[in-house]
Write a protein that binds this ligand. Structure first.
Ligand SMILES: [Mg+2]
Length: 206
């Protein structure tokens, strides 16, 4: 398939925060030494105690901003982008991301932080990158995100959140790939895929 237009979510689809969340939570004394778990486990753990929601929001403000350097790229994303370039596909990132976090005293610009991370990872503005900085869209609300991806007339959209695909104005002509390791049931109209290697096979199957 060539000339396919592909849109990708950013948070928890391209960039993986699991390790940095756990490390910062430990530094802040929010979890005991040796605690292990994914971002969602940590959220549930914090929310179960008094003041936990605020601690969780503060943690997010830091991790998505100043702490973003500790986040990792999901395995297989680079290879997927190489395949996109080889196939002549247009790729863009469409993300629902507010400019500032709720509980961040430093008022770090989260969108600048995300662009900085993309640049540092060599995903934008590098000679052989599949993406240019203008291909990265940050929208204030979920509805605006779906409007954006509809206006881009994408053939495929890849996201870790089902909510995006369930928006009433999500375009019917855009294939929905749900990047997830969670157990079924998944909504009928999304294709759940657990790894980027499998997403590559799905999108670029002969
Ligand atoms: Mg996401």
């Amino acid at each position: 398939m060539s000339g396919v237009r592909i849109g990708i979510d950013f948070d928890n689809t391209i960039i993986c925060y699991d390790k940095v969340f756990a490390a910062v939570a430990l530094q802040r004394g929010l979890v005991p030494e040796g605690w292990e778990g994914l971002k969602t486990d940590l959220r549930d753990h914090l929310r179960s105690s008094a003041g936990g929601e605020l601690a969780w929001q503060g943690l997010q403000g830091f991790v998505y901003g100043k702490g973003i350097g500790g986040a990792e790229i999901y395995p297989g994303v680079r290879e997927f982008l190489v395949a996109c370039k080889r196939a002549g596909s247009k790729v863009c990132i469409v993300s629902h991301k507010t400019r500032f976090g709720h509980q961040d005293p430093d008022r770090t610009d989260l969108r600048d932080a995300a662009r900085g991370w993309l640049r540092g990872a060599g995903l934008i503005d590098a000679a052989d990158a599949a993406l240019a900085v203008d291909d990265v869209y940050f929208e204030h609300t979920l509805a605006a995100k779906v409007e954006r991806l509809a206006s881009l007339k994408l053939d495929v959209f890849i996201d870790d959140l089902v909510d995006v695909f369930e928006q009433p104005h999500f375009p019917k002509t855009t294939r929905s790939i749900l990047f997830t390791r969670s157990e079924p049931p998944h909504p009928e109209h999304c294709k759940p895929i657990a790894t980027w290697a499998d997403i590559r096979r799905e999108v670029f199957a002969a």
